[in-house]
Every structure is written in C-alpha cells, then in structure tokens.
Design a protein around this ligand. Sequence first.
Ligand SMILES: *Cc1c(COP(=O)(O)O)cnc(C)c1O
Length: 420
Amino acid sequence: MITEQDCLALDAADPLAACRSEFALPENVVYLDGNSLGARPKAALERARQVIAAEWGDDLIRSWNTAGWYDLPGRLGALLAPLLGAEADEVVVTDSTSVNLFKALAAALRMQAADPVRAGRRVIITERDNFPSDIYMAEGLLGWLDRGYELRLLDSWSDLPAALAGAAGQQVAAVMLTHVNYRTGRMFDMAATTARIHAAGALAIWDLAHSAGAVDVALNAANADFAVGCTYKYLNGGPGAPAFIWVPRRHHAQFSQPLTGWWTHREPFAMQPGYAPAPGIRRALCGTQPVVSLALVECGLAIFQRVSMAALRRKSLALSDLFLSLLEQHCAAHPLELITPRAHADRGSQVSVTHPHGYAVMQALIARGVIGDYREPRVMRFGFTPLYTGYQDVWRAVMILKDILDRSDYQVDARRSAVT
Ligand SMILES: *Cc1c(COP(=O)(O)O)cnc(C)c1O
C-alpha cells in the first residue's frame, strides 16, 4: 500500500521540486492538463509588461532591431533545439502547428517529386487516430494540389510495417506521424520507425505536440526528415503561443514550402519583386510574427535550460506510475479502463483512462480542483508535468477521483462546453 506519507517523502526527495515555484498556479488546484495548456511561468507576466510597455510602448518600431524582435523565431528555436536533439540553426518558433505541418508536408512532397526515382510516389500515410487537425491539413493540401495524391489512414499504429512493405510501400512518398498520440499517450520508437520509413524510400514527418518538453526527443539521432510541434503544451509558452518547425541541415537546400512570405526571403528589406529563399531555416517562416505571444515562449524555455530532460522524464514516469498504482489501489472497483501502454518506452507523459461517463466524471473532477480534460470517446486524459506537479498532487487527484466514483457524484447529463 502506498500512503500519503510515501508521497510526501517522494516530494521531499524530489530534485525538481524547486521548479514549481517558477510557476503561478492557483491554490487548491491539481493541474493535470499541462499536456493541453501548460501553466504560466511567473516570469511571463513581467515579460509581457516589458514587451508591451517598454519595447512596444516606448521604443516603438525600433524594437525590431533594438529588442531583437526580428531574430526571435530563430533565437527561440536555438533555445528549444537541445530539447529536440536538434542543432540551434535547425529550428524556428513560428506560426501554428497546423500551418507548420502544412509546410513540412508540402516540402516533403516537393523533395520526393524532385527525385528522379521517387517522383511518381503518390501515397501519404498517417494514423486514423492522429490528431484531427493533422489529418485535415493533409487532406486540404493534397486535395488542393489535385495531383492524384492519396492519404492512407492506418487503423492501427501497428499496421505501419505492412503498409510500407512490398510494392505498396514503393508508392509511399511520406509518412506523417504524431510521436505521442494525443488520445492514448502511446509513443512511437522514433528511430526504429524512421528507419523503417526510410527503408521504403519515404520521408518521415513527426509531430512533437505531446513530446517537446515531455520526453527525450533525438531528431538528428533518429535521422528524421521534418518535425513540428506546439509550445503552449508542455513547453508552457502561453495560450495559442507560436509553434515550431524543425528542418535538418541536410534538407535546408532542398526545403521548399509554398507559404513564401517575405520573412522567408533572402533579403526581406531589399523589397525586390523576385522571390529568392533565405539559405537556412528562415525559409520555414512566412510573415510577420506575433511578437507579444512569441516573446512569452522564452519564459517557458528558460526554465528548461536549467533542468535535464533525463531528470524530467524520470520524474514524469514516476508520477504516472504512482498514478497508475494508486488507481489500482483505490479505484479498482470502478469501470475505468487504461488505454495508455504501461511500458515506459511506449508512452509519453500522459495517462488516459476511459469511463462510461468520462465527460461527466471529468467535469466533477474539475469542479473539485483536479483539472484534466476529456477527449472522445469516453477518454479522461491526465497529463503529468514534472516541472510543477508533485507526488502529493497525484495522491490528492486519485483520492478525489475515488470519492467522486464511490459516491457517483457526477452529472451524467452535464452540458458540453465548446472546449472539452
Ligand atoms: C495540440 C496538437 C495540435 C494543435 O495544432 P494547432 O495548430 O496549434 O491548433 C496539432 N497536432 C497535434 C498532434 C496536437 O496534439
């Protein structure tokens, strides 16, 4: 039996415990939704004040140069790069994940089309259970191109080897996968999967929305081709903060994407009519960036500079293992079903369990200060963010869940909010 005392002892021995004081969190809330919207770094408020009052208010347009606004996408990319196993000049923070995925997929198709051997490939593979926006963006791009491209949806992640085998595999131009599934928390082996995709002659595009800042990512070691992801989830960049895109150096020269705004131009201020792409990662941008929001991303990334991803991953797994043990200990009588793989190598930093009244139970949890979220069908998601979640928080969350379930203290016909 694990006791609350055990959890307190784990907190006392936690080398990351001090990080919590860097975040503004309300009293009496156990926040298990950092996988969807990270908590606010305390420094973000002062940074916002500085950007708005001093940089914008006092220095006005001069701040593009004097406050480094112009270089922010690349400077933040360089701060983020080590968390992704990437080089500093391979990442920019810009636009949304959906838009960046569009750029990456377009660039991948372009590279394949330019290859004399692979030019005829017309199949793009992803999972039916991928995050819908990724699928919608691919559908949008492929339909708009109108060149006979086909999006093939795998019913299961485990169908990938068969889909890449034999003659069918020779038709595949690109495989677009989310590293950690948003619903189940299942994680792909990035290196092995990328190698398999490459063996079939296809390019590997990874969505790291639920990986960046949550698990060790080693893009270059895996020899991946492109990656995108969010900064507002585990990286704590703020609601709707710009996303990132990674293009390895080996692809910079061939990287061509259709959103060729002036920020991707070799000389944006030459104001010449002819387009010429910037030589490096800047060609992955598009136009003028949302500076206020972009600037706040640095506050989240600054905290990550002081901790190791290995230590974060260790604590993330310890927190989620504790959650699973406590669920077994206290909630075994209830119809909860774990849909996240148990093996550490197969999961990210969230635990998903289904309950026949998942939405109602989650609403009851939120009403009592345990904030997770809900995804169709019946899935309650609990995200574990080691920077600001402690072991006693996990204890509290499970005790409140147990109480709600034991007393059936939830409203089955609760009205759905717009955002679940
Ligand atoms: C959260 C998430 C997104 C979000 O995309 P936006 O463009 O920021 O809305 C995209 N893909 C995946 C896999 C996600 O989990």
